[in-house]
Design a protein. Structure first.
Length: 416
């Protein structure tokens, strides 16, 4: 299958974002988040803590945002900034959210401009945490995060990897590009990240498989993996335990909180999906899996010679989705993807309905190939078809927005 299409960007609307910056080493990455938001056309007001300014100077935030930077409630008093900034915001985003800042937010402190802003904001609030593993796993932090989530704030999972010193572990700030994508999703759909997948195990496949011809060549496809990554990111932000079975993709930020299993060929993807699906509540096949592979791959580079090359004989790969459906465990929800074109036998939806029946999955995400689109685009649109006959159009929007629509449909399927 092919990656869902979509090159025409969704219309942009200028929104007001407050970027709170906590006092941790990852504060320097907030500059990249700030850049991503302003380049998307949004107005950003940076509100750092005093401690954040020990890592990044106010001048940097002022220059990048084009707005003044204050930390306390006694600056610009006639403007009553500590109330106005929060009230007027469309989104408050805290990057990095340190253990201390999460604690102060959870307890309703208002001892600086950022915490006062958090108390006056009626818009969506998202925290992207970064701290040492011990701090993230401490019972106090866990309780603070649970409290904030129960009040409707989004607290995304930190990534695993290199921390400040030589140590590695969970607690690293999510990639700035991922934070920007989740922030834009909340601006487009404030209700897109409920914490409704907590305790669910989900497995998502992404990218395109490559079937080797020889040690340096393969048969592949144009899938960028962006839609599969967006599904993994949104699921993790909604509380799921995510395994991402990753074939070949464009250079994409690794989704924070997801376990990555790297595969190359359809056969490897087949095995990885079978293993991961055994314990999964939800399986999503967003990968573009090659239907055929060369019967044999040469063990040496095929050299150019005077005579015409031999024809490459192709043999069939397993249909992973269909096999997962026949091995499905009780209550498991299975989602397939289909990129379709109309032809003399029917339009896109006619083909998609037939595919949904043939594959036997619970939901099918359908994209019309060629409607304004390159496969590698950041936007997408389509329909969600469910086995019980429901057909929901998904308007053009980001791949994260389509992912959120898929998880909404999964949540409904799991309940009904
Ligand atoms: N798929 C799969 N294994 C394959 C091929 C496809 O699991 N060997 C999955 C894809 O990940 C996708 C769904 O099946 O979720 C539909 O893929 P698509 O290529 O549209 O389906 P095909 O069965 O190959 O049908 P077509 O005849 O349209 O190519």
């Amino acid at each position: 299958m092919t990656e869902p299409d979509g090159a025409v960007p969704a219309p942009r609307e200028k929104k007001r974002i407050v970027l709170g910056v906590g006092g941790g080493i990852a504060a320097y990455k907030a500059c990249e988040v700030l850049r991503g938001l302003t380049e998307s056309g949004h107005e950003v007001r940076v509100v750092p803590t005093e401690a954040a300014l020990r890592f990044v100077g106010a001048a940097t935030f002022e220059a990048l945002s084009g707005n003044p930077v204050h930390t306390g409630v006694f600056e610009d008093v006639p403007e009553v900034e500590h109330v106005r900034i929060g009230r007027e915001a469309d989104l408050v985003l805290v990057v990095p959210a340190t253990a201390d800042l999460l604690a102060r937010a959870a307890h309703g402190n208002a001892d600086d401009l950022l915490t006062a802003t958090l108390l006056t904001a009626s818009c969506p609030v998202m925290f992207a945490p970064a701290m040492h593993t011990e701090m993230w796993e401490h019972a106090a932090t866990k309780a603070n995060v649970a409290l904030l989530r129960s009040r409707g704030s989004v607290v995304t999972e930190p990534a695993s990897g290199r921390l400040t010193g030589k140590d590695t572990g969970k607690g690293r700030l999510a990639e700035p590009a991922e934070i920007v994508a989740m922030a834009k999703l909340l601006l487009a759909r404030p209700d897109a990240l409920p914490y409704d997948l907590a305790g669910k195990r989900v497995v998502v496949s992404a990218g395109g498989t490559r079937e080797p011809l020889d040690p340096v060549r393969w048969l592949g496809n144009r899938s960028s993996g962006k839609q599969g990554y967006a599904l993994a990111q949104v699921a993790a932000a909604r509380g799921a335990q995510v395994t991402l079975v990753n074939a070949h993709t464009a250079a994409l930020p690794e989704p924070a909180g997801a376990e990555l299993v790297q595969v190359r060929t359809a056969a490897e993807l087949h095995e990885a999906m079978r293993d991961a699906a055994r314990v999964a509540d939800v399986v999503v096949m967003a990968a573009a899996v090659a239907d055929f592979r060369p019967e044999s791959a040469a063990d040496h580079k095929i050299k150019k010679s005077e005579k015409e090359p031999d024809a490459v004989r192709l043999i069939r790969n397993p249909d992973v989705l269909a096999e997962l459906v026949s091995a499905r465990t009780k209550g498991q929800v299975i989602v397939g993807f289909a990129a379709e074109t109309g032809d003399e036998f029917g339009d896109v939806l006619t083909h998609a309905r037939a595919k949904l029946k043939r594959k036997g999955c619970d939901l099918l995400v359908v994209n019309a190939v060629g409607e304004g689109g390159a496969f590698e685009g950041d936007d997408n649109q389509g329909w969600l078809l469910s086995a019980d006959g429901l057909e929901t159009p998904v308007p053009r929007g980001s791949k994260a927005a389509l992912a959120a629509a898929v998880w909404d449909a999964v949540a409904m399927t799991a309940v009904s």
